[in-house]
Design a protein around this ligand. Structure first.
Ligand code: AMP
Length: 537
């Protein structure tokens, strides 16, 4: 028997309608390139979104066409987030930290028809603009500055769009709405295509209490760039709920962020560990300088959040970190480090250890992990490659046959992350499969060593990777950045690690360096380190 519920399509225009009807007076705030703050309402945002939608169609953009953005986090980017899918076209966010070569490849592979660029980013755009085949370049202008010849002015384009002519996309919810290429360090970037349905469902689950627990009353500041997996969905989720949203523009340095947290009474923020390490240093150097009493949750993902960092924020500054795991291919939320009622009754140190794990799968995300001997038991010890499935997990890459083996015959996505899963369903990431250190047949977790090293008072950052060894095949080595004015030695660091690790896991060698090379989204570039210290990338 068929159910008798409405066949209501989960599309992005439904979120726009809700924003218009329920919270048109709530604010969207942006730090502009001149550092001043731009403020307007969701009502004004949605009107401009409709104008953009109409104007793009007048330019010849059709449903299914890709419209790329090369932008920081700001209000116009939010308009594009909705204005492009609003008529069935596909928003394609470009990572502005990638090389010109990668950007050229990505734009041409996606066959973007239009690219929208921040005027402040034109010097970066110039490096690949002659190699891409887009029909129109639209520039988001700096106040008062003329747009280069041959390019369109975003504000003039919007002014010419009549919002009354806007017709919302009302097609199949499985239609593509957005796309993002992986920022992988090996192979060519691969395109992930999100659908209207996957974005709406991801927004619902990230908002709910077992997700980020967001409410209309929240003030959300995504530090994570809008080109990194849709800023983890926060622009969509915040617009759905009517949270005040704050965009930091190009200013991601700790003092600029802390000032916004304090002045705008930010309640929820999100970013990669590097950002929070910078913030922690500033807070430690000037305790009490900033009033962050409104800040109830700092979401950390993209790389592991070490227990020592979670504990330092909590105990020294009363700030709560929520650890989450995800990937471009998982929209991105896959798991969240929320404590179960049972763990909440346990000792504080046990709770910190759980909060440093990558957490339990979000609703509708199913997990399993596989080693060479088959699916692993959920014993918290056996390691295997994590596989996931769910309504916002990629089922294939865009126009790519190469990576077909990432998708299993029975419909799961192979993440490439090596994990343990414990009896309470908490995932712990031990490594990327290519970064795991195989010493004498045993696997050593570089992530566990890095998280422990960061707990040493002299260590600001640590990356652990494999170096070749005649007898053991591979051995761990650590590159360490010291905190200003601090010193330590290899022996001292290994004695610090010794109580928590088997002896064979301790690094054989240390290099004390000024900086660790990082990828476009702030992860350690271990391939570069391996090569530098005698191994293969
Ligand atoms: P990306 O697609 O750029 O977001 O990268 C996804 C990868 O980042 C994952 O496969 C993990 O290897 C890593 N990652 C994401 N979140 C975490 C986390 N909380 N802890 C450790 N690694 C993470």
């Amino acid at each position: 028997m068929k159910g008798l519920m409405m066949n209501y399509q989960l599309t992005l225009p439904t979120i726009m309608r809700r924003a218009e009807m329920l919270h048109s007076k709530k604010e969207v705030i942006t730090r502009l390139p001149d550092k001043s703050l731009h403020r307007y309402t969701y009502g004004e945002c949605i009107t401009r979104t409709k104008k953009l939608s109409v104007a793009l169609q007048q330019l010849g953009v059709k449903a299914g066409d890709r419209v790329a953005t090369f932008c920081w986090n700001h209000y116009q980017h939010l308009e594009i987030y909705f204005g492009v899918p609003a008529f069935g076209a596909v928003l394609h966010t470009l990572n502005l930290r990638l090389s010109a070569e990668d950007l050229e490849y990505i734009v041409n592979h996606a066959a973007d028809k239009v690219i929208i660029v921040d005027q402040v980013l034109l010097p970066l755009f110039d490096k690949f603009k002659d190699k891409i085949k887009v029909k129109h370049v639209i520039v988001i202008p700096n106040a008062g500055q003329p747009v280069p010849e041959g390019m369109l002015n975003y504000e003039e384009l919007l002014a010419a769009g009549d919002e009354k002519k806007y017709v919302p996309f009302e097609g199949d919810e499985n239609t593509a709405a957005a796309m993002c290429y992986t920022s992988g360090t090996t192979g060519k970037p691969k395109g992930v295509l999100y659908s209207h349905r996957s974005i709406v469902l991801h927004s619902m689950v990230s908002a709910y209490a077992e997700g980020l627990s967001l409410l209309e009353s929240d003030v959300v500041l995504p530090v994570v760039p809008m080109f990194h997996v849709n800023a983890w969905g926060l622009p969509f989720t915040s617009t759905m709920l009517g949270c005040t949203i704050i965009f930091p523009g190009p200013y991601l340095d700790p003092p600029s962020l802390l000032e916004l947290f304090e002045n705008e009474k930010v309640t929820v923020t999100a970013g990669v560990p590097t950002i929070w390490l910078g913030i922690l240093n500033v807070l430690d150097a000037a305790p009490g300088k900033y009033n962050l009493s409104a800040l109830r949750c700092m979401v950390v993902g993209g790389s592991a959040a070490p227990a020592a960092v979670i504990k330092s924020f909590q105990e020294r500054h009363g700030l709560s970190i929520l650890h989450a795991w995800g990937m471009t291919e998982t929209s991105p939320i896959g798991s969240l480090g929320i404590l179960t009622g049972e763990i909440q009754k346990e000792d504080k140190e046990v709770q910190y250890a759980y909060r440093a794990k990558q957490g339990r799968p979000a609703s509708f995300v199913e997990i399993r992990a596989r080693s060479e001997s088959g699916l692993i038991p959920w014993d918290g010890k056996t390691m295997g490659e994590l596989e996931v499935r769910g309504p916002w997990i990629a089922s294939a890459y865009y126009n790519s046959e190469e990576e077909a083996d990432k998708f299993t015959a029975d419909g799961w996505f192979r993440t490439g992350d090596i994990v343990t899963i414990d009896s309470r369903a908490y995932i712990e990431i031990k490594d990327r499969s290519k970064d795991v250190i195989k010493s004498g047949g045993e696997w050593i977790s570089s992530v566990a060593l890095e998280s422990a090293l960061i707990g040493h008072p002299a260590v600001a950052e640590a990356a652990v990777f494999a170096i070749p060894h005649e007898k053991w095949v591979e051995r761990p080595m650590a590159c360490v950045v010291l905190k200003e004015g601090k010193t330590t030695t290899q022996d001292e660091l290994n004695s610090f690690l010794a109580p928590h690790f088997a002896k064979f896991s301790l690094p054989d060698a240390y290099a004390f360096v000024k900086e660790i090379p990082k990828t476009s989204v702030g992860k350690f570039k271990k391939s570069v380190l391996r090569e530098q210290y005698g191994g293969s990338a």
